[in-house]
Design a protein around this ligand. Structure first.
Ligand SMILES: *Cc1c(COP(=O)(O)O)cnc(C)c1O
Length: 412
């Protein structure tokens, strides 16, 4: 039995997946599957997601092949779809949670609390108390105030000191302006944690989401080693956890980051005994695992320009355009107006605008985008919509991002 057959069995039995229908896709079968879903719900034209478990399995395979010594703790905020979390849990991932509700969601899948890092450097006291009550015993900090709260409410919790990465790697969403201790703050923070009798087990950083330059990991790993050395110099217990955070995007950016991380660990940590390296990938696992299908609910023709309204938008799944600085792209499924050729292959295209459904002009998703002539009740399909989409959408204007359903499929 091949490793992916075993992985398939694991995800099919995963909490959140087990008991749900999972459709096996042939090669290029995704479009066919979406068409079948559309025709099976003729009257209901709500948007829906398809999650491809085959993609999730192959991404985990890739991670384990390329950086076997770096254990992934999937960052739940990126996409908390329960079946997705369950699949990742079955494939051996740990989880990065930032709030009580995220910890609850992961624990509800039967994941043990030692597979959770509570990776929010600034936590509400009530959430810290919750972590203590369920045995989530690893968190991050970058301020004295946080040390005081943890000492008071969860003194058994091990700590990772969060550094501001020296370089934001050209990130799409830099995190340095908000989080991470500065170099001159490291010694006083370590001393304060030590004085509070808290255990600082290691270092974490995040080079920024959607990092484009892998050298950001190199400099951050170097900075982390300096902190390990500082702790030793201060006579504190030997650090042993290095958390390299997230920032990974599928493709050459990931490949470069993986090479850089491996070589930087070698350079700075050599064969540091007992070193445990963890990471917090969000986008890497989520982005390409989800496809969104939306229905065209309105159309206006102005000369050569075609304008369409669809039933998801900037206040829903496509909030990623604003908050995640994403660009989206759409492919047509003319299931209503062109059944013989729903993908519209070979058809003339027009510069088109695509709007979301809310009464806000900001709710504009695509402009000057080439699409064939489509009609109300046709569909637009958006690939790679798993990262920072539904998780940050709202129900503004009565369009409920929170109610978009997810169908499960498995491609080989
Ligand atoms: C958001 C976040 C992540 C995930 O980042 P990606 O860029 O999606 O990989 C990881 N760790 C922390 C602390 C985060 O805030």
């Amino acid at each position: 039995m091949g490793s992916s057959t075993k992985s398939l069995q694991a995800v099919l039995g995963a909490p959140g997946v087990k008991g749900k229908k999972v459709t096996n896709l042939s090669k290029d079968g995704l479009t066919e599957f979406i068409l079948s879903k559309i025709s099976s719900k003729q009257d209901v034209k709500d948007p829906f997601y398809v999650m491809d478990l085959g993609v999730v399995v192959s991404l985990m395979d890739k991670w384990i092949r390329t950086v076997p010594s770096v254990r992934p703790f999937y960052a739940v905020k990126c996409n908390p779809e329960p079946s997705f979390l369950g699949a990742l849990a079955a494939l051996g991932a740990g989880f990065d949670c930032a709030s009580r509700a995220e910890m609850e969601a992961v624990l509800a899948l039967g994941v043990s609390p030692d597979r959770i890092v509570y990776a929010n450097p600034c936590k509400a006291e009530s959430h810290i108390k919750y972590a203590a009550s369920v045995g989530v015993n690893l968190t991050t900090f970058d301020s004295r105030n946080e040390i005081e709260k943890i000492r008071r409410w969860h003194p058994k919790c091990a700590l990772l000191i969060r550094l501001k990465a020296p370089d934001d790697g050209g990130a799409r969403c830099p995190l340095g302006p908000k989080y991470g201790a500065l170099p001159e703050e490291i010694t006083p923070l370590l001393e304060a944690a030590n004085a509070a009798r808290l255990m600082v087990s290691g270092v974490s950083f995040h080079v920024g989401s959607g990092a484009t330059q892998s050298r950001a990991y190199h400099s951050a790993i170097g900075a982390a080693k300096n902190v390990f050395d500082t702790a030793t110099r201060l006579g504190m217990p030997r650090m042993h956890i290095l958390n390299v955070g997230g920032g990974f995007t599928v493709g050459h950016q990931y490949d470069d980051a993986a090479v850089t991380i491996k070589s930087s660990i070698k350079t700075y940590f050599g064969d540091y005994p007992g070193l445990m390296v963890i990471s917090e990938p969000g986008r890497f696992f989520a982005e390409t695992s989800f496809t969104l299908a939306t229905n065209i609910i309105g159309k206006r023709v102005r000369g050569d320009l075609r304008e369409y309204w669809i039933n998801d938008g900037i206040y829903g799944s496509m909030n990623c355009i604003l908050y995640d600085h994403a660009t989206v792209m759409a492919t047509p499924l003319a299931c209503s107006s062109n059944r013989a050729n729903p993908t519209c292959r070979g058809m003339k295209t027009y510069a088109s605008t695509v709007f979301g459904p809310t009464c806000d002009a900001l709710d504009t998703l695509l402009t000057g985008f080439q699409l064939p002539e489509l009609q109300v009740n046709d569909w637009l399909v958006f690939p790679n919509m798993g990262a920072y989409t539904a998780s940050a959408g709202s129900n503004f204007n009565g369009f409920k991002t929170s109610a978009i359903s997810t169908y499960l499929a498995f491609s080989n």
